[in-house]
Write a protein that binds this ligand. Structure first.
Ligand SMILES: [Zn+2]
Length: 272
């Protein structure tokens, strides 16, 4: 019970796959998001997956978060979305989650959040130079390296998801070609040299870093190992090869579970 007094409570806002909103309170945003996406969060979100974190507000205790939740649920959907897009406090609590910029990177002017007639979503617009600041997902790459019907997975030695299994890959550097980036990432994490053979698919997810959450666009390749020596390194504690029927239960990142499910389906189709 020791740390429960110091623990922050979050009022969080999710966007569901059907574009509706869901609100709840939690002490652990990342875990809660994962539960919702695994179908264990609530009956409402179970049939509306995937869900995305729109934003969250940090409260000192459970009762203040729950009181705020009651007030928040009375707002119109448009107002809820605008609060999160602007990063405004709610009920005296600071905003966290996908953090909007406060100042224009071009001129340093203050950014205002506006719902313009031509846009479906609120946009941040510079009050000084008028520039619109679009927010986009960050590009990531991952490799489905298959050898004798088994898939290479890595075990994470860092947060988020420390101890969980992951598909090798990571963030692209600015200007880096996806094929080059995935070869570099797999080399850094596993010591193996891989060759991408084809594009497997694209998956949107979110990545939490401290209090900030950003969207990621995850590009997956199918490929094979062409050299190198297997060695867990960088942000990885262990490597493993898994067949379609023997994948580990603890998988990092919501989208990776979809990738693996798609891979299993494809392997079964290919073997028919
Ligand atoms: Zn500006």
């Amino acid at each position: 019970m020791g740390d429960s007094r110091d623990r922050a409570w979050f009022l969080y806002l999710l966007r569901c796959a059907d574009d509706s909103f869901y609100t709840g309170v939690t002490t652990d945003l990342q875990r809660r998001l994962r539960e919702h996406n695994a179908g264990r969060g609530s009956r409402y979100t179970q049939g509306r997956r995937p869900v995305w974190l729109v934003g969250a507000w940090r409260f000192p205790d459970r009762s203040s978060a729950q009181r705020a939740e009651v007030r928040f649920k009375r707002l119109r959907q448009r107002n809820k979305e605008q609060l999160a897009a602007a990063g405004w406090p709610f009920d005296g609590a600071p905003f966290c989650g996908p953090l909007p910029h406060r100042f224009c990177p071009r001129c340093g002017g203050e950014l205002k959040t506006l719902l313009r007639a031509q846009d479906a979503h609120p946009r941040q617009v510079c009050a000084t130079c008028g520039r619109v600041h679009y927010r986009n997902a960050k590009p990531c790459v991952g490799m489905l390296a298959v050898r004798e019907g088994k898939l290479l997975l890595t075990r994470r030695s860092i947060q988020p998801y420390r101890g969980d299994w992951d598909i090798p890959g990571g963030f692209l550097e600015a200007g880096e070609q996806p094929e080059a980036g995935v070869v570099r990432e797999v080399w850094e994490e596993t010591g193996l040299e891989v060759r991408p053979v084809e594009v497997f698919g694209f998956y949107i997810d979110q990545y939490a870093y401290q209090d900030e959450v950003d969207f990621t666009l995850n590009i997956y390749f199918l490929g094979r190992v062409v050299g190198g020596e297997e060695q867990a390194r960088d942000e990885v504690s262990e490597l493993g090869w898994f067949g379609p029927g023997e994948l580990p239960a603890r998988i990092a990142f919501a989208h990776a579970r979809s990738v693996l499910a798609d891979w299993v389906q494809r392997m079964r189709k290919d073997s028919k």
